[in-house]
Design a protein around this ligand. Structure first.
Ligand code: NAD
Ligand code: TYD
Length: 340
């Protein structure tokens, strides 16, 4: 298979490309990435250095119609997976415009270029956040829940999901959507909860918990999400959306306490800061459709996954230092400065 992956230099894309080069050495993977603050070409340098014939990096923007079209033709692409996105909710609150540009308009551009090129499989990677929020005793989201996004990030992702639906209904374009809960694991940019708390706890800094820490997320180890995307590519029904989750619901406070225990740090580091505006209370995923149709189930328990993740961050301090550039610090100082 000649597979175009977008956003492959980000957290999930990097893990996905490593897994797929291991599992499918006969695939040709083309990674189209704009290299925003969240994209790091060095993540996959190992594959470039090995001169791996199955991996090619392409520097470009998913919004660029001419470039995407030439990539689809020149590399004779069979299938597309669209991971590329602006992915951080807090940044979307600070400045929604780039989210609309990449997540909605960029996704539509990918759909259109792929449709015109006659691509026969297109997986659009979305998120559980498009469903909005749940109360403590609500049933988990199914694919039949309405899309009720609450943040500029989730609204921009929902816009793309609706466009994907329209491409299937209108043009019979073979697009399948994945919606997954919160991922964690190696290479996650340290603005997200787990790597951020790891860095702060490791240097005995205060850990900023939004509100009272009772918000609930379902956590999935990144490789399990990647397996879900792989199964969707191989077996997903065109026009269908599939939910993926880790069956590991936790309040943010529970999660941070577990992390502190693994790191051997004191809970007195926890500090409560001003809440995120529009902060979704709870996400939970019913992924029975993916179990039934794709044979998906999460392989990693949270307890195993979080230990593996901590180990990776401990062994990769240089990576952390590398990605915490000037732009990183600028946003963090601004955002957390306002939350004190
Ligand atoms: P990330 O922010 O770590 O990486 C995003 C990547 O996309 C980066 O490499 C960046 O350079 C690239 N990119 C951004 N704009 C681009 C553009 N215009 N053209 C080309 N490349 C561009 O994100 P992630 O956490 O790896 O998320 C990947 C996908 O999975 C996103 O679509 C996100 O919405 C979705 N998702 C993420 C999670 C999660 O917990 N992280 C959960 C569910 C779904
Ligand atoms: P995050 O990793 O940003 O993912 P998302 O908002 O997409 O779920 O946040 C996970 C949860 O952790 C969310 O409820 C917000 C909370 N959070 C904090 O309490 N403090 C922080 O510094 C961050 C980044 C997140």
């Amino acid at each position: 298979m000649r597979l175009l992956v977008t956003g492959g230099c980000g957290f999930i894309g990097t893990n996905f490309i490593y897994l797929m080069t291991e599992r499918h050495p006969d695939w040709q993977i083309f990674n189209l990435d704009k290299l925003t603050y969240a994209g790091n070409r060095k993540n996959l340098l190992k594959l470039e250095k090995e001169n791996n014939p199955g991996y090619t990096f392409l520097h470009g923007d998913i919004c660029d119609k001419k470039y995407v079209t030439s990539v689809l033709h020149d590399y004779k692409i069979d299938a597309v997976i669209n991971f590329a996105a602006e992915s951080h909710v807090d940044r979307s609150i600070n400045d929604p415009a780039p989210f609309l540009t990449t997540n909605t308009l960029g996704a539509q551009n990918m759909l259109e270029c792929a449709r015109q090129a006659g691509i026969e499989k297109f997986v659009h990677v979305s998120t559980d956040e498009v469903y909005g929020t749940l109360g403590p005793s609500d049933p988990a989201f199914t694919e039949r829940n309405p899309l009720e996004p609450n943040s500029p990030y989730s609204a921009s992702k929902a816009g793309a999901d609706l466009m994907a639906r329209a491409y299937f209904e209108t043009y019979k374009f073979p697009v399948t959507i994945t919606r997954c809960s919160n991922n964690y694991g190696p290479y996650q940019f340290p603005e997200k909860l787990i790597p951020l708390m790891f860095i702060k706890a490791s240097s005995n800094e205060n850990l900023p918990i939004y509100g009272d820490g009772s918000n609930i997320r379902d956590w999935i180890y990144v490789d399990d999400h990647c397996t879900g995307v792989e199964l969707t590519l191989l077996k997903g029904r065109p026009g269908q959306a599939y939910n993926f989750g880790g069956a590991a619901e936790k309040t943010n406070l529970e999660l941070v306490r577990e992390l502190l225990a693994i790191l051997g740090k004191d809970e007195s580091l926890i500090t409560y800061v001003k809440d995120r505006p529009g902060h979704d209370m709870r996400y939970a995923m019913d992924f029975s459709l993916a179990e039934k149709e794709l044979g998906f189930s999460p392989a990693m328990t949270f307890e195993q996954g979080i230990r593996k993740t901590v180990e990776w961050y401990r062994d990769n301090c240089e990576w952390l230092e590398d990605v915490r550039s000037g732009a990183y610090r600028e946003f963090m100082d601004h955002w957390y400065g306002e939350r004190k």
